[in-house]
Design a binder for this molecule. Structure first.
Ligand code: G3P
Length: 218
C-alpha cells in the first residue's frame, strides 16, 4: 500500500520523507491556499519545491472547469516535473480531459469521487488514480469505507489498472480499514501517518526495558 501525504506544507512533507515511508503527495486548491500560496507563478514554483523533496507522484490540481482550460493547465503542470500527476475534478469536461491525458501518457488523478459510477467512468477514461473522499461521505452520514470496498471490487472484477487512492482519510482507523479493503493508496495528513506509531503498551514496555537495563548497567 502506498502512503501519500495530503498537504502543501513543505515541513510536513519533509518530516514524512525523513520517516522513510512516503510514496507521494496530494494537494488541492484549499491546501495551497492554507499555505498562503497565491498566483500562478508562486503555485508552479511551490509544486516544483514539493517535487524536489519527495521521490514519488505529486498530484497538482487544475482550476479550469472547461475542456480547453483543463488541457492547457494540465499540460503546463505536467511540464513542470516528471513526478507531477494532473488532478482533474469528476465533471463531464474532466472525464474528456482524462481521456486526452491518458492518450498522451500524462498521469491523472480524478478527484471528488463520491460514487462507484464516477470511479468507473474515470477508470474507463484512463485515469491513473481515482480519489474517493472517505471522510466527507462520513460527514454527511454516508459510509465512505463502503465506497472504497465497492470501487476496489469493481476494478478487480475487470482488471482496471486505475489505482484506488483513498482520500479524505481523517484518522488511523480509516487508514487501517482502507488497507484491509485493499485500497492501493491512502492520502492523509502527517498526524495520521505518525499516529500509526502509537500504542500506550509500546511506551510502557519501552520504559520498563530501559529501566531494567539501567538497573543492571548503572
Ligand atoms: O485529498 C482530498 C482531501 O484533501 C480532502 O480531505 O479532510 O478536507 O475532507 P478533507
Amino acid at each position: 500500500m502506498k502512503f501519500f501525504i495530503d498537504t502543501a506544507n513543505l515541513k510536513d512533507i519533509q518530516e514524512a520523507v525523513e520517516l522513510g515511508v512516503l510514496d507521494g503527495v496530494t494537494t488541492n486548491p484549499s491546501l495551497m491556499a492554507k499555505e498562503g500560496i497565491r498566483g500562478t507563478d508562486a503555485v508552479m514554483s511551490h509544486y516544483k519545491k514539493i517535487c524536489e523533496i519527495v521521490d514519488g507522484d505529486v498530484s497538482a490540481e487544475v482550476i479550469a472547469t472547461d475542456y480547453e482550460g483543463i488541457i492547457r493547465e494540465g499540460e503546463a503542470l505536467a511540464e513542470l516535473h516528471p513526478n507531477i500527476v494532473v488532478k482533474v475534478p469528476m465533471i463531464r469536461e474532466g472525464v474528456k480531459a482524462i481521456k486526452y491525458f491518458s492518450e498522451k501518457g500524462i498521469k491523472t488523478n480524478c478527484t471528488l469521487i463520491f460514487t462507484a459510477g464516477q470511479a468507473l467512468l474515470a477508470a474507463k477514461a484512463g485515469a491513473t488514480y481515482v480519489s474517493p473522499f472517505v471522510g466527507r461521505l462520513d460527514d454527511i452520514g454516508a459510509d465512505g469505507l463502503q465506497l472504497i470496498q465497492q470501487i476496489v471490487d469493481i476494478f478487480s472484477n475487470y482488471g482496471y489498472p486505475t489505482q484506488v487512492l483513498a482520500a479524505s482519510v481523517r484518522h488511523v482507523p480509516h487508514l487501517i480499514q482502507c488497507a484491509e479493503l485493499g485500497a492501493d493508496v491512502v492520502t492523509c495528513p502527517l498526524s495520521v501517518i505518525t499516529g500509526l506509531l502509537n500504542h500506550p503498551l509500546t511506551d510502557k514496555g519501552l520504559a520498563t526495558f530501559l529501566a531494567d537495563h539501567a538497573k543492571v548497567n548503572g
